[in-house]
Design a protein around this ligand. Structure first.
Ligand SMILES: *Cc1c(COP(=O)(O)O)cnc(C)c1O
Length: 484
């Protein structure tokens, strides 16, 4: 096997005594501040390797990573767009990157000014009144907003126990509702893939606290009933939450606050180019309408004359949801992106994202089923249902085979309302040539031999790891005698 396809762990490269460097013997008295009882008897069992082996190990690993910098990454719902290098360079400026969160406010006025402006910009894009930058991801934004809703109703003396959620929603929506202490109630989709208004009316009563809607939804469709939906909820005194993961479709075109949402989250790592994938980090600021502002997490960044400060004097606040000011490094990249593009540029982002998705849709829809897709917003969901029925080729087979062509797989088996789902989101940053190469690969794959596809990928070091076993029996601790 090619050396850089090796699956050896660093521990397996270890030889006792190897080091990246050797320091001369210490020739001054060692003043150890820790009592002997606090010291370990033996050093921790870390791998012992020379510097060059260490460097090669990690550099080779890094080249095996699929990333937006190396591969087209049409992972639906995740908005894997290109992260401009200009913003990486600016974010690495020592005046920004070397700040410490425990510095005094007076010594980081520049960063506080950026965060203050970011709060205002995000409120404006949302069409809502105020923003908290604290939540560390979209899912935490959802939870934070639901805790705010709970505090709001408690404050009004209303007892509301339910959160209504369409069946096409992301799994984090019902999970957040449950964590915030609500009962999650599922609302059906209709044959158009939109909210079934009759089902919503049946389930909507004074027990409802919040309706969580993703718009455009996870099928890539803008729910054109949204004004009716928000009106229905407001008539019952309930709040509307917008899951803003799909903001890449509507920037500068419509605003959640204008179509009736009372609170929302952003995924800065998706819409506003925080580098993501492989689990982090993210930033999930929330925006809320006026009546909810007192309950936002503390502190908010505030301004008094020319001075910026952290405002802790907010008696109705639900408190802190994240240490310090949130994931500032990601918020900073989002701010740079927004300031670089400006309002017209942001609108163009969404227009091009929608155009790219519709181009791919039109190239694929004669061959793949697209159950709800005459047109789409920034993504669409194709289905391998017919291929599965007729030739036993599944969405998983197609996703795995795409890896051989150098493409990251689309999101598969989500949303749950489409069987054998392949959820494709190209984003605005891809060229027509890339989109065509991807479409060509998909058109070719569905004609390939089924047995060949069941074994795909054929070109990679690992083919089909047992994902269930990996999830249920994770090996998180290395032991010298463990069998790997
Ligand atoms: C990504 C996503 C979320 C969760 O956001 P995270 O930042 O991953 O926590 C919620 N809803 C939808 C529709 C998403 O795509």
């Amino acid at each position: 096997m090619d050396k850089n396809q090796s699956t050896e762990l660093l521990f397996e490269l270890s030889h006792p005594g190897r080091r990246t460097h050797h320091l001369p013997e210490c020739d001054v008295p060692i003043d150890n501040p820790l009592p002997t009882s606090a010291l370990a008897d033996t050093p921790p069992p870390l791998p012992e390797v020379g510097e060059i082996d260490l460097v090669r190990h990690f550099v080779n690993l890094s080249t095996r990573n699929m990333s937006i910098d190396t591969n087209f990454y049409p992972l639906g719902s995740c908005t894997m767009k290109y992260n401009p290098k200009r913003h990486e360079r600016l974010a690495a400026h020592p005046g920004l990157a070397d700040l410490h969160p425990l510095q005094s406010e007076d010594s980081c006025q520049g960063m506080l000014a950026i965060l203050w402006e970011m709060q205002n910009i995000l409120a404006e894009i949302a069409g809502l009144d105020a923003v908290s930058l604290q939540p560390a991801a979209g899912a935490q934004g959802e939870l934070t907003a639901l805790l705010i809703a709970a505090a709001y109703f408690r404050d009004k003396g209303e007892n509301r126990s339910r959160v209504l959620i369409p069946d096409s929603a992301h799994g984090t929506n019902p999970a957040s509702a449950a964590l915030a202490g609500f009962d999650a109630v599922s609302v059906k989709s209709n044959s158009r893939g939109l909210v079934d208004l009759d089902d919503l009316r049946t389930k909507l009563d004074e027990r409802a606290a919040v309706f969580m809607i993703t718009n455009p939804n996870t099928l890539g469709l803008f729910d054109d009933q949204i004004a009716i939906i928000t009106e229905l909820l407001h008539q019952k005194g309930a709040l509307v939450y917008l899951d803003g993961a799909n903001m890449n479709a509507i920037l500068g075109i419509t605003r959640p606050g204008d179509f009736g949402a009372d609170m929302m989250h952003y995924n800065i790592h998706k819409t506003f180019t925080g580098p993501h994938g492989a689990g982090g980090p993210g930033a999930g600021p929330i925006a809320v309408r006026k009546q909810l502002v007192p309950f936002l997490p503390t502190p908010l960044v505030a301004r008094s004359g020319e001075r910026f400060f952290l405002d802790y004097d907010r008696p109705k606040s639900i408190g802190r949801v994240r240490s310090f000011f949130g994931n500032v490094g990601i918020l900073l990249r989002g701010w740079l992106y927004i300031r670089t593009l400006g309002p017209q540029g942001l609108r163009q982002v969404s227009e091009n994202a929608v155009l790219n998705a519709n181009y791919l849709l039109s190239r694929l829809k004669g061959t793949y089923d697209v159950p709800h897709g005459e047109r789409c917003m920034h993504e669409f969901v194709a289905s391998a249902r017919a291929l599965k029925r007729e030739r036993k080729i599944s969405a998983m087979d197609i996703g795995k085979r795409l890896l051989d062509f150098g493409f990251h797989a689309p999101t598969v088996y989500f949303p749950l309302v489409v069987p054998e789902a392949l959820m494709i989101e190209p984003t605005e940053t891809e060229s027509k040539e890339t989109l065509d190469a991807f479409a060509d690969a998909l058109l070719r794959i569905c004609k390939e031999d089924a047995d060949f596809l069941h074994e795909a990928p054929h070109e990679l070091a690992l083919s089909r790891p047992d994902e269930v076993k990996a999830a249920k029996e994770p090996v998180l601790r290395w032991q010298a005698d463990s069998e790997l």
